[in-house]
Design a protein around this ligand. Structure first.
Ligand code: KIV
Length: 292
């Protein structure tokens, strides 16, 4: 009998840090990918607003809406059984006021079904984090390169290299932990700063372009799977080249259709196979067994 795996929680993530077990986090945007990542052991799936870039084709994450995030969260949650699912709060869904942020985070939890929310920024959001946590909404922080501040930062740039950068990042991380964040993403910061922050916090740090010392790592799944052959920043390791694999498969299919090699008789139906109810759709046609 297949048993349902125990869901990863914010508490199990903290225990992982205490035991020195690394946390594997990836982004997911739909149910099929979520199922594959979940079944492969990813502990945390982030429905990142990076979907604005890799799914919607925008240049930045700024255009993504709360409704779009809720839609993708629902799909991802449906695809998982074990992973903890985090919903990203999109640009301007939490910056204008605490009231607006509370309503929007609630919407992501209620309509999106995610298990926690993530928001970008440090000490400036401490009061908001405190309110969300006291309302029962677990919050993951995100400091360093915060893509929603793309225009303010002048592009996607490594953070914390300027004078005072180390102190500011450490202060932000401590303020978020103190406010109740259960984990903090450190994006694109020097490895030694990430190491100091990780040692100073009791909650896990999840690095992306932040070196080896973080308690966990996150990558955009499309990047680590090599969906875009033209995109390979230094901090990404490609574990597959799916972009090339998909293009090869599709070119093969196109060729087969054009030459008439697909479909074959084995992939077609005959009248005699369904004599009793000739117009009925075979109930087995779309069953799980028929899919294989
Ligand atoms: O939106 C996203 O995918 C993220 C990760 C890069 C951490 O915020």
């Amino acid at each position: 009998m297949q048993t349902t795996p125990r869901r990863v929680t914010i508490h199990s993530l903290r225990q992982m840090k205490q035991k020195g077990e690394r946390i594997a986090m990836l982004t997911a945007y739909d149910a099929t990918f979520a199922r594959l990542l979940d079944e492969s052991g990813a502990d945390v799936l982030l429905v990142g607003d990076s979907l604005g870039m890799v799914v919607q084709g925008h240049e930045t994450t700024l255009p993504v809406t709360l409704d779009e995030m809720a839609y993708h969260c629902r799909a991802v949650v449906r695809g998982t059984r074990r992973a903890h699912v985090v919903g990203d709060m999109p640009f301007m869904s939490y910056q204008a006021s605490i009231e607006q942020a509370m309503t929007n985070a609630g919407k992501l939890m209620k309509e999106g079904g995610c298990h926690s929310v993530k928001l970008e920024g440090g000490a400036v959001h401490a009061e908001l984090v405190r309110k969300l946590v006291s309302a029962g909404i677990p919050v993951m922080g995100h400091i360093g390169l915060t893509p929603q501040s793309y225009h303010q930062l002048g592009g996607f740039k490594v953070q914390g290299r300027d004078a005072g950068g180390r102190e500011r990042l450490l202060e932000d991380a401590l303020a978020l932990e103190d406010a109740g964040c259960y984990a903090i993403v450190l994006e694109a910061i020097p490895a030694d700063i990430a190491k100091d922050i990780t040692a100073a916090l009791s909650v896990p740090t999840i690095g992306i372009g932040a070196g080896t010392a973080c308690d966990g790592q996150v990558l955009v799944s499309y990047d680590m799977l090599g969906m875009d052959e033209t995109f390979k920043p230094r901090f990404v390791r490609r574990y597959a080249t799916l972009g090339a694999t998909i293009k090869d498969a599709v070119a093969h299919y196109v060729d087969d259709v054009r030459t008439g090699a697909f479909p074959s008789d084995a992939e077609s139906f005959t009248v005699t196979e369904n004599k009793a109810t000739p117009n009925a759709i075979d109930p087995a046609l779309y069953s799980t067994a028929a899919k294989k």
